[in-house]
Design a protein around this ligand. Structure first.
Ligand code: SF4
Length: 697
């Protein structure tokens, strides 16, 4: 196999943030034969059930093959003219903040770059946000508060070298299966490796755990505050590292000491075992995911974890450090390229006038966003209020996945002008659009993605674009040209976009930012085509390595910040009317709103319908039998779900998957019940804390 051999294409899985390498071979009948890529460092040939079924998901049965206006097939020219004229008219009449883009962690970096440049540099608004806001915005905010930049310090190989791995709010076995397999392999090689899982549910990941802490929902900051206090009490603070490289230690410790460990609901023996393991081994990796991020106190939870690593200097060296694993294949790429309303490209700060001026100068653009734009929840509130007159939704399905999904669906339906670019016109969101544009999808498009360890890999096309489908970056350039900016959006290939992006990262490096891939600013088409996976930064002394062991952070005084993180519990109040705490999340074999995985019968066989995981004692008390139907409701919405009794969930809590879609409550669209309560720093919704009522249906 070569990078682009005649028949077998080396590419990357489009699902989770592990970023596994995939070998895709066209089967001659429009499908693909799929194998894991042994040469890819992220997975060394392993694939999970979703990745290995990719070949079953590329059929064209439901594909959108031509643009549609008002549900009728239209020419590209007519559709693009209409989109450009509507966006231009909204800007002219109401100003640049009257338009918005809502994009996706499924986009390739080159798509993201063009979207961000068009909105922030040419339209002149910060109103571009992404479904990654629902996924890891709290990690971004926590990193920026502690490090000055959104930097993941470590690498996957730290998992192989650790003595203790702590998984917090992360069902790795289902949501990042190849990383879970990597930890299992590490323990086979080193039986002394200890694994701790912190999760209210006894998930499949606990099968690997030496210690499962069934923590009270939302109490993670209380746990890590307790750990910090214990680190200090046991004399385990790394005084040299803290005095040289950290500020805020005293305030963080004072708040940690004042924190109530009883909020965790954990027995003293479990807490003692946890602190003994964490403090007793220097090589500790603390992995965290949506159970930490999807919270009204998500940013503080992240900082509570970072505090413990900073206090002990356990960061940036082999086998240790905090590690945020991202949900989507290119959530990291979106963070790097400025796909969030709160960032500029290349980790430059949108609040910083010098950074804004530098980016505007680089783009030679007529405008630059004057500051942060609307975060996802606020964006759809502005749509609801009629303040957003033209909305472009790209590669995502907010009518299903946003909190208060019924309300979001109504807001989109009421918006003056909505464009959706997607693979199909059959999503809940696309059905509401005035214009639907056919985009190429995985297997048909070319570009790059960044996985959770900062590794940039190529996604490559193995199949032709179906019908009239175009790449997302191409569609956005076509619209930009019709808005009068053709010269600045005249890219002929994703490589050309990547070169510009790499050059901009060099400017960011000169401004003291961490993200630098400027060595690729002159990469040829051929070298881009054959680009092997690499970890950034790819310039300077840190090339391909870890961050922060030497203690240089990206704050004005180059010190990391420890923060006081008094615990705040989920904000939805349990009451007699709504006595259950609803946790939402993924199942092993489906992805997001199932536009791809629902095509595979074997993936559908794992969990065939939406369900409610509930403790047997609660089920009995409510008169719910196994596999009967339950009605789950609150002020936001209702869903009808199949009962799955399980002692793995604590009494008083229930779990429902996020994937199922449809118009009626029976479709099980669970985000209709999630209130749009957000973290005040990151804007990330609390997707795991709704208060709900449950009754037999
Ligand atoms: Fe794809 Fe993630 Fe599975 Fe790897 S672990 S094959 S990236 S879904």
């Amino acid at each position: 196999v070569t990078e682009r051999a005649a028949e077998t294409i080396r590419t990357t899985c489009p699902y989770c943030g592990v970023g596994c390498g995939v070998l895709a071979r066209p089967d001659g009948a429009g499908g693909l034969e799929i194998r894991g890529d042994r040469a890819h460092p992220a997975n060394a040939g392993r694939l999970c059930s979703k990745g290995s079924a990719l070949g079953e998901t590329v059929g064209l049965e439901d594909r959108l093959l031509a643009p549609q206006i008002g549900g009728q097939e239209a020419s590209w020219d007519a559709a693009l003219d209409l989109v450009a004229s509507k966006f231009r008219a909204a800007m002219t009449e109401h100003g640049p903040d009257a338009v918005a883009f809502y994009v996706s962690g499924q986009l390739l970096t080159e798509d993201y770059y063009v979207a961000n440049k068009l909105m922030k540099g040419f339209i002149g608004s910060g109103n571009i946000d992404t479904n990654s806001r629902l996924c890891m915005a709290s990690s971004v905010a926590g990193h920026r508060r502690a490090f000055g930049t959104d930097t993941v310090p470590g690498l996957y190989e730290d998992f192989d070298q650790a003595e203790v791995i702590v998984l917090v709010g992360s069902n790795l076995a289902w949501c990042h299966p190849v990383l879970y397999q990597r930890i299992a392999a590490a323990r086979s090689a080193n039986p002394a490796l200890r694994v701790v899982v912190v999760d209210p549910r006894r998930t499949a990941t606990c099968d690997l755990a030496d210690l499962h802490l069934a923590i009270a929902p939302g109490a993670d900051a209380a746990l890590f505050n307790g750990l910090l206090a214990e680190i200090a009490a046991q004399g385990a603070v790394n005084r040299d590292y803290v005095s040289a490289h950290v500020s805020g230690f005293d305030a963080a410790l004072e708040a940690a000491r004042a924190s109530d460990i009883a909020l965790t609901g954990l027995p003293a023996a479990d807490l003692a075992a946890f602190t003994r393991l964490w403090i007793g081994a220097e090589k500790v990796v603390t992995v965290y995911s949506q159970g930490v991020n999807q919270s009204s106190s998500g940013t503080d939870k992240v900082n509570a974890i970072l505090n413990c690593h900073l206090a002990t200097g356990r960061i940036g060296r082999p086998g240790m450090g905090p590690f945020s694993v991202t949900g989507q294949p290119n959530a990291m790429g979106g963070r790097e390229v400025g796909g969030l309303a709160t960032m500029l490209a290349c980790h430059l700060d949108i609040e910083n006038p010098d950074h804004r001026a530098a980016v505007q100068g680089f783009w030679a653009s007529p405008a630059i966003a004057p500051g942060p734009g609307l975060k996802a929840v606020d964006m759809f509130r502005a749509v609801e209020a009629g303040q957003i007159k033209a909305l472009w939704i790209i590669c995502t399905n907010p009518a299903v996945s946003m909190p208060e999904a019924d309300r979001v669906r109504a807001a989109i339906a009421g918006c003056d002008f909505v464009v959706v670019s997607d693979l199909t016109a059959q999503t809940d969101t696309a059905r509401l659009a005035d214009v639907v544009l056919p985009a190429t999808g995985w297997g048909e498009k070319d570009g790059t993605v960044t996985n959770s360890e900062r590794r940039i890999s190529r996604q490559r096309a193995a199949l032709p674009a179906p019908g009239q489908a175009r790449a997302d970056w191409q569609i956005m350039c076509d619209v930009a040209a019709r808005m009068g900016w053709g010269d600045q959006f005249s890219y002929k290939s994703p490589a050309e976009i990547f070169r510009e992006y790499a050059a901009l990262s060099g400017l960011a490096g000169l401004l003291g930012r961490d993200f630098d891939i400027s060595d690729f600013a002159t990469i040829s088409e051929e070298d881009y085509d054959t680009l092997a996976p690499f970890v950034w930064p790819q310039s300077g002394a840190k090339r391909g390595g870890r961050f922060f062991a030497e203690g240089h952070f990206y704050t004005p005084d180059r010190k990391a910040r420890m923060l006081a993180t008094p615990p705040r519990m989920p904000q939805s109040v349990l009451s007699a009317a709504t006595p259950f705490r609803l946790n939402t999340g993924r199942v092993r074999d489906h992805w997001h709103t199932m536009t791809r995985t629902a095509k595979s019968p074997r993936l559908g066989a794992h969990m065939g319908e939406p369900y409610l995981e509930i403790h047997p004692a609660d089920a009995a008390r409510l008169g719910l039998g196994p596999a009967t139907l339950a009605e789950v409701s609150n002020a936001q919405g209702r869903a009808i779900l199949r009962v799955l009794e399980s002692p793995r969930i604590a009494p008083g809590s229930v779990f429902a998957p996020m994937h199922w879609t449809g118009e009626t409550a029976a479709a099980g669209r669970i985000d209709a019940l999630v209130p749009a309560i957000v973290d005040p720093v990151s804007g990330q919704p609390e997707s795991k804390g709704a208060a709900v009522q449950i009754a037999p249906f």
